[in-house]
Write a protein that binds this ligand. Structure first.
Ligand SMILES: [Zn+2]
Length: 306
């Protein structure tokens, strides 16, 4: 099976594990750009992480991981919604050279000013309601290290993350202590050594095995002695949520003067989606119509392209 997310509960140890293995969905993300291998690896790891973190969403909406970098990578965005629709994008600094063996730190935290944000964005936000956003300075030498540090500081949850990606697959294992022992009703006795034992099992995972093994098989190999309860396996897919309607609202928020400027240099305004490369084209008449009619008057709250 491809593109699966599997969740396991270790009742006695009060732990939970998510396993994700993305191939087709990840290749669709990769096909949208031609970034060098070290950049693809970082992006793939972030996509795997966002898919696992989205498994804990308690509402319909999206989980977005954003890394603002201070090196060759300026911005990394990986987003996964509660239906496991995922998308991702990277922005590189202009005229940047990326070494074949560039590390995560060199790519995004060259001068220690990188920032990591996790945003929870409900689908039907109430007027004036802001998405929840947690922001921490980037700490750590890998995507996994940085997110572990984030989870520790923001959620106070002990987390062990293993992330791997190449051009064909993006894979992750996320082991977490449950918020509180006894959170799950159990008739079995609490196993105080469970966390350390599970962490040791996860730490044995090597990159090639991880990238080439689906979640079903990997769950068996890693945890066969632990007798976990498995929740239903879920299917992830590539999904971009851009639309002409959203682009129109973004153009309205830019203002008519800005569009007139653009139209003085070209016959149409062209907007390209960063996530799926879809192109939205607006003629002068179409631009003018945005400001003269319809429900999308300039009083609507500032929207985004996506
Ligand atoms: Zn799009």
């Amino acid at each position: 099976m491809t593109d699966t997310l599997r969740t396991l509960i270790f009742d006695q140890s009060s732990c939970r594990a998510h396993l994700v293995h993305l191939t087709d969905a990840w290749k669709q993300v990769v096909s949208q750009n031609t970034h060098p291998a070290p950049v693809q690896k970082v992006l793939g790891e972030l996509v795997a992480a966002s898919t696992m973190l989205s498994a804990s969403l308690k509402f319909e909406g999206s989980l977005i991981i954003q890394i603002q970098g201070d090196g060759p990578i300026r911005l990394l965005v990986a987003e996964c919604n509660s239906r496991l629709g995922l998308r991702a994008t990277v922005k590189l600094a202009d005229d940047t050279q990326i070494a074949e063996n560039a590390t995560f730190k060199e790519l995004v935290n060259a001068t220690g000013k990188g920032i990591c944000a996790i945003i929870l964005d409900p689908r039907n936000r109430l007027p004036g309601q802001e998405p929840y956003q947690g922001i921490v300075p980037l700490a750590g030498s890998t995507v996994a290290d940085s997110l572990e540090a984030y989870m520790h500081s923001s959620e106070q949850l002990e987390t062990r993350l293993i992330l791997n990606a190449d051009e064909n697959a993006a894979a992750g294992v996320m082991l977490q202590q449950m918020p509180q022992h006894g959170g799950i009703v159990s008739t079995k006795e609490f196993d105080a050594d469970g966390w350390d034992r599970l962490k040791a099992l996860v730490n044995t995972l090597q990159t090639p095995e991880h990238l080439n093994t689906d979640t079903d098989e990997l769950a068996k190999r890693l945890f066969w002695e632990e007798d976990p309860d498995g929740l239903a396996q879920r299917q992830a897919h590539f999904e971009c949520t851009c639309s002409r309607d959203k682009v129109e609202r973004m153009l309205v928020s830019l203002g008519q003067a800005e569009l007139d400027d653009a139209l003085s240099e070209a016959p149409t305004v062209e907007i390209q989606c960063d996530f799926c490369n879809a192109n939205y084209s607006f003629t002068r008449d179409e631009c003018n119509a945005l400001f003269t009619s319809g429900p999308d008057s300039p009083e609507t709250p500032p929207p985004t392209l996506h």
